[in-house]
Design a protein around this ligand. Sequence first.
Ligand SMILES: Cc1ncc(COP(=O)(O)O)c(C=O)c1O
Length: 382
Amino acid sequence: MIPLAVPNLTGNERAYLNRCIDTTFVSSVGEYVNKIEEMAAEKSGSRYAVATSSGTTGLHLALTGCGVQSDEIVIIPTFTFIATANAVAHCDACPWLMDISKDTWTLDSEQLKTELEKKTVWENNRLIHKDSGKRVAAIMPVYTLGSIPDMEKINAIAKDYGLPVVADAAAALGAEYEGKALGEIADLTVFSFNGNKTVTSGGGGMIVGNDAELLKKLKHLSTTARVTAEYDHDMVGYNYRMTNIQAAVGCAQLERLEEFVEKKREIRAFYNREFEGMDKVSPFPDMDYGKSACWFSGIVLKRGGLEKVRNLCERLREKGIEARSFWKPVHLQKPYEKALRAENLSVASDLWNRILTLPCSTNITAKELEYVAKTVKEVLEE
Ligand SMILES: Cc1ncc(COP(=O)(O)O)c(C=O)c1O
């Protein structure tokens, strides 16, 4: 079976893991935790980084650090992995779901502006969502598949409304935006090092940013808000730490970030070339103002829905290829049926069930890629 996306662990992972065991530093402090924070800061062009136990806990922590509180609102795109919404819910806050741009599959900045104009009002220096009476507390754009939304516009809107911007950049490490580093284009940026990401630590996440005080507070919160070694804590903190074992794997992976992202881009370009001109499918989108990290690649069916995608996956599985559908939008998910939403979510609603993701591991061979492309074409013609 050619898998969808598996880790590529042929670098220093084993050596670094052995060192964890030899030194007995297997838990939540150690040289690799320090090193992975330094590497992530450097690779994202940020001054500071805080390692976390997952992308989800990183997002939760980042929102908390930006002041999101119980019963408040965080704006997110509806087309995302459910963890984005869950991080908001873990703050006991409520997601306000917006549509995506069809060109990048990321937060629609035009709609964001219109919705804020129409549906909010300032009351006692607080930005209030009129219908619910709740305070709007933050905007969390998602860098879908490693593509970045129009952050210039989103940041300008955020500034007008006094909202912090926390980027869910789960799979976007390595992406480029108008020559700027990822760390420069949001107040806080959160990565995931889950097993299916371009670089993995087995499980883990990272928050990066340039505000020394804020990042210090996040580190404090992530480590049970401990003040002294005498079990003295000054806040309700979290145990959201990355272990040295996870960080050891993550460091070895980050050493190869550029190579892996390059490979991901080659895979994207290969599929785009192979399926170009086919009347049944269109390619995954790309930004014209930056370079996507191309986390996943595949095709979009011009017609059909989830049933068709399921059938294609089944036929491909029979031929030794793992393919999958992609994110079901948050507004269609049971836990978020009652979430606040923009008037129109038609782009996400129309898109999600026509996506087919194809094998894109960084160690996939040219022969395997050719086999996938040939087989997908055959199966599409059936
Ligand atoms: C867009 C997005 N946000 C958040 C996450 C959550 O990251 P983790 O699985 O590390 O908690 C993911 C992971 O798949 C993701 O794709």
